[in-house]
Design a protein around this ligand. Structure first.
Ligand SMILES: CC(C)(COP(=O)(O)OP(=O)(O)OC[C@H]1O[C@@H](n2cnc3c(N)ncnc32)[C@H](O)[C@@H]1OP(=O)(O)O)[C@@H](O)C(=O)NCCC(=O)NCCS
Length: 186
């Protein structure tokens, strides 16, 4: 049975109070995630540079999370394993919360939780993203060296942010985005 999402439940149950929880996504969430990304980013989402990264390197479904309020799916985040300059890590995104459920902490919970899950595997050392400093820097993301990381399309270098337990990571990341493990194989 398809899990309830805001798209099927919102009209019957208009925005309710409640705090968000997160859980792993399942294939039954695919329709909800597609509709949410379409709503949050519009048709231009396929032209976004981050989308091009995900076209080349698949997302990790075991790092795909759903936010729920009162059991209703209302937010989503994906993670793509990548490497930069021989260092393995992850690209976070897209992150989106349905407009009816914003400002309850779902977005930050999703970003924090997917980052914790990814890094605690001990296989990748950073979580990169392209996003607003005002949103992500209070969560621990820091700016990278301007223009050092090469994306397969245009990005605003000031929005390329990284989270890592290693305080030298932001200065060390340099070069094109490649597949996870690319550095070890070369
Ligand atoms: C950005 C987004 C995921 C935030 O989701 P959310 O569940 O409302 O996030 P949270 O509840 O954790 O945080 C909300 C807070 O962040 C602020 N915020 C939201 N977007 C922000 C941004 N781009 N820059 C700075 N602050 C932002 C809100 O004003 C709010 O502030 P408050 O707590 O002082 O009221 C959601 O607005 C969204 O889906 N936007 C469209 C898609 C998008 O831009 N995704 C991010 C791409 S990297």
């Amino acid at each position: 049975m398809t899990a309830p999402s805001v798209f099927v439940a919102a009209e019957a149950a208009p925005p309710q109070p409640g705090s968000p929880d997160v859980r792993l996504a399942t294939p039954e969430d695919d329709q909800f995630v597609e509709a949410l990304q379409a709503l949050a980013f519009g048709p231009g989402r396929f032209a976004r540079t981050a989308f091009r990264v995900r076209e080349r390197f698949p997302i990790d479904p075991s790092l795909s999370l759903i936010a729920e309020v009162n059991g209703i799916a209302c937010g989503s985040v994906w993670m793509t394993p990548i490497s930069v300059g021989g260092l393995d890590g992850y690209l976070l995104g897209p992150l989106a919360t349905h407009p009816n459920f914003r400002k309850r902490g779902a977005g930050k919970l999703l970003a924090r939780e997917v980052t914790r899950l990814a890094l605690e595997r001990g296989e990748g050392g950073f979580v990169l993203l392209v996003g607003d400093r005002d949103y992500y820097c209070p969560l621990g993301w820091v700016p990278t060296e301007l223009g050092a990381i090469e994306f397969p399309g245009p990005v605003d270098p000031a929005r390329v942010l990284v989270y890592s337990a290693d305080p030298t990571m932001a200065a060390r990341l340099s070069g094109p985005i490649k597949a996870f493990g690319a550095g070890k194989r070369s």
